[in-house]
Design a protein around this ligand. Structure first.
Ligand code: 13P
Ligand code: SF4
Length: 357
């Protein structure tokens, strides 16, 4: 980055001292990660935010839904700040509260709402988390999706019964976890499309289903294909293919290892020297992993470059502006969740935080 900006960021960070705590998601740019007090996946960062009651400012270098969750998990006296308010998440935007309420009515009309538990991925708005909390459900992340789903099925008679989970908004994480980790058949999953009348699914299909998947996806992970995997294997038969569970089912099925960003980092930390890897997740992280492991061959799964454009909105100029504003006594870009929404979203988040593991 620009040396002048790096110097300004250092000076502002030093001036804030313990008053501020800076969190950085693994998909953030290197120039931002350099100033993070802690880095993590969305689950680790939620825990870290909750564990910092003394920080006046929690500067969240990540995307909007993560900052909302941090606001919900911190005290009212603490300000959670997102360096660029335009850092959203296209997946989270695929489920609005109106759509989810309408979908719940569709389930009620089919007679299945009472035997369905909502589970929402962390990548969702606080309003969706609150809906989930009000309806007896939990939040999950890509590192605890299996545990969360087992818990949810237990609320409605267990995996062997006929109870259902409504999984929002990432159909891929929902399907991959249900089929790979829980052993449910692929046919037990139906997709509910918020843009079609009745969700585009018949009441009979809803009654027969176990996993009702919201039609949402990640624009970054959704790009990887089974052909990408096959091409890497053809070029290098010894390659280990490691992907995030937001990838499509055929990609996850073709891969060797599947897990959250923390899992991906640990897998490469434990890799045999000289081994080769093709990694299907966001590019900032893959590049950082390649640089951190010169003894390994680490390739990006796709051949076209793909950053998460909203994660990348947080850059050094935005971070400098944020930190300097805080030093000057201006709490800019504060994320504040409505108290009623925050209450119910916290119910769902606390259920997640109480899950074993
Ligand atoms: P994790 O941080 O849970 O690995 O999720 C990745 C992601 O896409 C965050 O937006
Ligand atoms: Fe959202 Fe995908 Fe970006 Fe994660 S990588 S913030 S899910 S768009």
């Amino acid at each position: 980055g620009d040396p002048g900006l790096v110097e300004r960021a250092r000076a502002a960070r030093a001036a804030l001292g313990d008053r501020a705590f800076v969190l950085g998601h693994h998909y953030q740019r290197d120039e931002v990660i350099a100033f993070a007090d802690v880095t993590g996946d969305s689950f680790k960062l939620a825990r870290e935010a909750a564990a910092r009651p003394d920080a006046e400012f929690v500067v969240f270098c990540g995307v909007h839904f993560m900052a909302e969750s941090a606001d919900i998990l911190t005290s009212d006296a603490q300000a959670v700040v997102l360096p660029d308010l335009a850092a959203g998440c296209s997946m989270a935007d695929m489920a609005t509260l109106d759509q989810v309420e309408e979908a719940w009515d569709v389930l009620a009309d089919a007679g299945v709402a009472a035997s369905t538990v909502p589970v929402t991925y962390m990548n969702s708005s606080a309003a969706i988390k609150a809906f989930t909390g009000r309806h007896g459900g939990t939040v999950c992340t890509s590192s605890n999706a299996e545990t969360a789903l087992r818990w949810a099925f237990d609320q409605v008679g267990g995996l062997q019964g006929t109870g259902k989970v409504l999984f929002m908004p990432d159909q891929h994480l929902g399907r991959n976890t249900a089929v790979r980790a829980l052993g449910l058949p692929l046919e037990a999953c139906v997709v509910l499309d918020p843009h079609r009348p009745g969700g585009g699914v018949t009441p009979e299909a809803l009654r027969a289903a176990r996993m009702i998947l919201w039609r949402g996806h990640c624009s970054v992970h959704g790009r990887f294909t089974a052909k990408n995997v096959a091409d890497h294997r053809a070029a290098d038969p010894a390659v280990t293919v490691l992907v995030h569970p937001e990838c499509r089912h055929e990609v996850v099925t073709a891969a060797d290892m599947v897990g959250s960003t923390e899992y991906i980092i640990r897998a490469l930390d434990a890799a045999a020297p000289g081994s080769s890897w093709a990694v299907g997740t966001e590019l900032n992280l893959v590049r950082r992993l390649a640089a951190a492991h010169p003894d390994l061959t680490v390739r990006y799964l796709d051949d076209t470059v793909c950053f998460c454009s909203t994660m990348n909105r947080i850059d050094l100029p935005h971070l400098v502006w944020t930190l300097e504003s805080l030093v000057a006594g201006r709490t800019v870009n504060r994320i504040v969740v409505d108290p009623e929404v925050a209450h119910w979203a916290r119910v769902a988040l606390d259920r997640m935080l109480a899950l074993p593991g």
